[in-house]
Design a protein around this ligand. Structure first.
Ligand code: COA
Length: 179
């Protein structure tokens, strides 16, 4: 499988590499990212970056292709990430995505383009895949909007579906179906 997904002349998705550690620490020390995602800690320590870089390699080796992509800017290096969780295995009919973008780069349409490109890549490279879903916390309307712009539809509202930092929170379920 192609190990690079071109987004535009400035941006591509590529595998993580050890040199991404500094940007991981710089950009993931962001309370908003921690609040909006399932398991990214705040503060984000060097050991968290080390553990992430090991984990993404292990996942890649397990499935034989990249599941967690770095969003790479030609000038600024790694500025975010998007991944799929292999929820039903490589031959399964559904999967779920998660993503974050560094604060300085938000509001420019980047994640809309990234999600759309990853969906195209997933449907091309995993023939059995029919459904790509994403879970958004209700206090994150920007993420729900990005998904909508990338072809996802809101399907449901799951009450008290996630236990996060000791609190049960609601989840908006959104999905894009293969056309
Ligand atoms: C959510 C996130 C991925 C969005 O990425 P982005 O590149 O800034 O998104 P885009 O620029 O493509 O689009 C943002 C859209 O949300 C809208 N938006 C932003 N803030 C909003 C708000 N408070 N209410 C409603 N819409 C909002 C923007 O207007 C834009 O929509 P438009 O093009 O129709 O105007 C990014 O902010 C992020 O990484 N946040 C922290 C981590 C996170 O939330 N991850 C997702 C977990 S589900």
């Amino acid at each position: 499988m192609e190990e690079k997904i071109r987004i535009n002349e400035h941006l591509a998705l590529t595998p993580f590499k050890p040199g991404d550690k500094l940007n991981l620490i710089r950009y993931l020390n962001d309370r908003v990212i921690c609040q909006n995602t399932a398991s990214i800690p705040f503060p984000y320590a060097a050991s968290d970056a080390d553990a992430w870089l090991i984990l993404v390699n292990e996942i890649c080796e397990k499935f034989g292709f990249t599941c967690n992509w770095a969003i790479r800017h030609a000038e600024h290096g790694m500025i975010g990430s998007i991944g799929f969780f292999m929820k039903s295995g490589a031959q399964g009919h559904f999967d779920e995505i998660g993503y974050w973008l560094a604060e300085p780069f938000r509001g420019q349409g980047i994640m809309t383009d990234v999600i759309a490109a990853l969906c195209v890549w997933l449907f091309e490279n995993r023939p059995a895949l029919v459904r790509i879903q994403a879970k958004v916390y209700p206090y994150n309307p920007a993420s729900a909007r990005v998904l909508e712009k990338a072809g996802f539809e809101r399907e449901g509202y799951l009450r008290k579906a996630v236990l996060k930092s000791g609190t049960l929170i609601d989840v908006i379920l959104m999905a894009r179906i293969r056309e």
